[in-house]
Design a protein around this ligand. Structure first.
Ligand code: NDP
Length: 255
């Protein structure tokens, strides 16, 4: 489908990959629903979307995906009357070994990165069937590769990839496509939010040059481009697919 005039809901649009993805859809002429918890940051994304396309129609919803999934879909339909594309991007990580973390951490991470995606998908599906729309989820290299000290995050991202495939099959008879992108390390606030200090973050980014085949980390725009591709008619025969956007990291193994 051409993305002009389509109603696109982007979760986690207040920062990083989601903010840049929202701008990319705005540039395509889509009507964009921006959701996130931080209102000031959502307003910054609103400004950036308007800079990308001065005619863009936007809806800002300050909401938490863990508690407000139904409200987010309802407000989208109330405002625009339809939904064409759902981008489940909101997510975060917490660190810790199984020897140290408690079940509350596991629940927090899974609630945000997986359970909210289930709920948003459930509430959005009838509307996507009406528009013959599609879903793009955001996983991570951590969905297929395993990292010590990140059990809840890795588990949540592995699950979102399997969830994507299952939902793709459920919705294929209704002609609704469901795909997932799997980014490598991308330059956003993600790692600082996990708790990396400035110094740790700089060290991690430097090391990441060796863990990505292309010798660098990625930019949010490179993930947004993949999401736009999967949401558009350019990928009309693709469903249930995982698209790595990771500079070749998924193909590497230590030696
Ligand atoms: P950021 O921390 O920059 O952005 C995360 C976004 O998720 C923010 O907009 C935040 O909103 C939103 N969010 C988190 N929790 C909630 C919640 N409970 N309710 C509503 N919104 C929420 O990180 P990225 O842009 O990097 O991350 C986007 C996605 O990409 C995530 O799913 C992440 O796992 C994935 N990813 C990131 C990688 C990276 O290296 N950066 C690598 C691989 C995957 P707010 O601030 O308003 O609360």
């Amino acid at each position: 489908m051409s993305l002009a005039g389509k109603v696109v809901l982007v979760t986690g649009a207040s920062s990083g990959i989601g903010a840049v993805t929202a701008q990319a859809f705005a540039k395509q002429g889509s009507k964009v629903v921006l959701t996130g918890r931080n209102e000031a940051n959502l307003k910054a994304t609103e400004k950036a979307c308007k800079a990308a396309n001065c005619k863009v129609e936007l809806l800002l919803i300050t909401a938490d995906v863990t508690t407000d999934a139904e409200k987010i879909i309802k407000r989208t339909i109330d405002k625009f009357g339809k939904l064409d594309v759902l981008v489940n991007n909101a997510g975060y990580g917490e660190l810790g070994s199984i020897l140290d973390i408690d079940v509350d951490q596991f629940d927090r991470v899974l609630n945000t990165n997986l359970r909210s995606v289930f709920l948003l998908t459930k509430y959005a599906a009838p509307h996507l069937i009406k528009t013959q729309g599609n879903i793009v989820n955001v996983s991570s290299i951590a969905g297929t590769r395993s990292f010590a000290g990140a059990v809840a995050y890795c588990t949540s991202k592995a699950a979102i990839e399997q969830f994507t495939r299952c939902i793709a099959l459920d919705l294929a008879p209704k002609n609704v496509r469901v795909n997932v992108v799997s980014p490598g390390t991308i330059l956003t606030d993600f790692h600082k939010r996990i708790g990396f200090s400035e110094e740790e973050d700089a060290k991690f980014l430097e090391h990441s040059k060796t863990t990505h085949a292309l010798g660098r980390v990625g930019e949010p725009k490179e993930v947004a481009d993949g999401i736009i591709f999967l949401a558009s008619d350019s990928s009309s025969f693709i469903t249930g697919a995982t698209l790595p956007i990771d500079g070749g990291r998924h193909a590497m193994c230590p030696r």
